[in-house]
Design a protein around this ligand. Structure first.
Ligand SMILES: O=C(O)CCC(=O)C(=O)O
Length: 296
C-alpha cells in the first residue's frame, strides 16, 4: 500500500525551491471550521490583565518585563499579540479587540482540540517523515490574522533564525484558512534561497536581562560564500486558495505583505524540528513547565 502523501515531484520541488504549495490539502468545510474556531478565540479574549497596555504605555523596566514574559512563556499557552497599528500614541487601543490581534500563539497544537487534531495526525507525520525528519516534533503553532486594513507585514526572514537547531531542521507547515492574495498579504519567497543563504543570526533570550536579542550565528567563511539574495526582484509571490498547505524550509528567505484590503487573511501554522537535533538552551522558545515539545 502506498502511504505517501507527497509525490516524488512535490518532494523534488520542495528541495529545489524551499517552498511548496499543496492546493486542496484540506476541504473548505474544514477551513470554515478552523476560521470559526479562530473567531471564537478572538471573541473570548479578555483584556483584563493582558499586558498589551504595558507594551505600549509602559516605559519602565518592570512593565517591559511583563510583556517579555507574556511572549517568552507562551510556548504552551494560548496568548494574544496585538497589531502595532492598533494603538494610538498614548497607548490606547483604538480598534475593536477582534480586529486588533496580529496573532495567537504558541500552544494551539497542544491546547485547542481542533487545532491539536489538525496538527497531530497520521497525514502530518507522514509528510514529516517524507521530508526526512527522524523524530519530528512540533514546537510552536500560531494563528496569524491580517485583519482588513491593519494586518501588518512580516519582514523578510528565515525561520531557522528563530527555531535554530544543530543541524538545522525547522520546517513550517502553513495552512491558508482563507484565500491569500497580494492585496491581503500573501507569502513571498526567494526560490532556492535555502541553499544559498546561511542562517547568519539567531533570535535568543537576552543573557543580560529579560527579553530577546539577535546574535550572529554563521561563520565568516559561510557569509563570504553566501549569495546575497535580499533583492526585492528575487521574491516570488505565493497566492493560494483556502485549503492550501504551504511547506516552508527553515532556511528559505520569505516574507508577507501588509493587508490594506477589505478582506482578512487568516492562516494557521506550526513549525517542526527534528528531536534528534541539538536544541540550544538560549533559543527564545523553550519547553515550558517541564513539558517536552510535541512528537508527531
Ligand atoms: O503568514 C505570514 O504572514 C508569515 C508567516 C511566516 O513567515 C512564517 O510562518 O514563517
Amino acid at each position: 500500500m502506498n502511504t505517501n502523501v507527497l509525490t516524488k515531484e512535490q518532494l523534488q520541488q520542495f528541495d529545489r525551491d524551499g517552498c511548496l504549495a499543496i492546493p486542496n490539502f484540506f476541504t473548505s468545510v474544514k477551513a470554515q471550521e478552523l476560521r470559526t474556531a479562530a473567531e471564537n478565540l478572538l471573541e473570548n479574549l479578555s483584556l483584563d490583565g493582558h499586558p498589551m497596555t504595558k507594551f505600549t504605555t509602559g516605559t519602565t523596566e518592570e512593565n517591559k518585563h511583563v510583556g517579555d514574559d507574556y511572549f517568552l512563556q507562551s510556548g504552551n499557552k494560548i496568548r494574544y499579540f496585538f497589531e502595532e497599528g492598533a494603538f494610538n500614541e498614548k497607548g490606547d487601543l483604538i480598534r475593536q479587540k477582534e480586529r486588533a490581534i496580529n496573532k495567537i500563539g504558541h500552544g494551539l497544537h497542544m491546547l485547542h482540540p481542533l487545532f491539536k487534531e489538525f496538527s497531530t495526525n497520521k497525514t502530518i507525520s507522514t509528510i514529516a517523515k517524507q521530508l526526512g525528519f527522524r523524530s519530528p516534533q512540533i514546537l510552536q503553532s500560531m494563528l496569524i490574522f491580517k485583519q482588513p486594513y491593519i494586518g501588518g507585514q512580516v519582514p523578510s526572514h528565515q525561520d531557522s533564525s528563530f527555531l535554530y537547531t544543530e543541524p538545522l531542521s525547522a520546517v513550517g507547515f502553513w495552512f491558508a484558512l482563507e484565500d491569500a492574495t497580494v492585496e491581503n498579504g500573501c507569502l513571498w519567497f526567494i526560490p532556492g534561497s535555502h541553499k544559498t543563504t546561511p542562517i547568519d543570526k539567531r533570535f535568543v533570550r537576552n543573557p543580560n536581562g529579560s527579553g530577546t536579542i539577535f546574535i550572529d550565528s554563521a561563520s565568516q567563511k559561510e557569509l563570504q560564500q553566501s549569495v546575497q539574495n535580499e533583492d526585492e526582484k528575487e521574491f516570488v509571490k505565493l497566492e493560494v486558495k483556502a485549503g492550501t498547505l504551504v511547506l516552508i524550509h527553515g532556511s528559505v528567505v520569505h516574507k508577507s505583505g501588509p493587508n490594506l484590503s477589505e478582506k482578512s487573511r487568516y492562516i494557521y501554522t506550526f513549525h517542526c524540528i527534528d528531536g534528534e537535533a541539538k536544541y540550544p538552551k538560549n533559543n527564545w522558545l523553550q519547553p515550558e513547565d517541564g513539558e517536552c515539545f510535541t512528537s508527531i
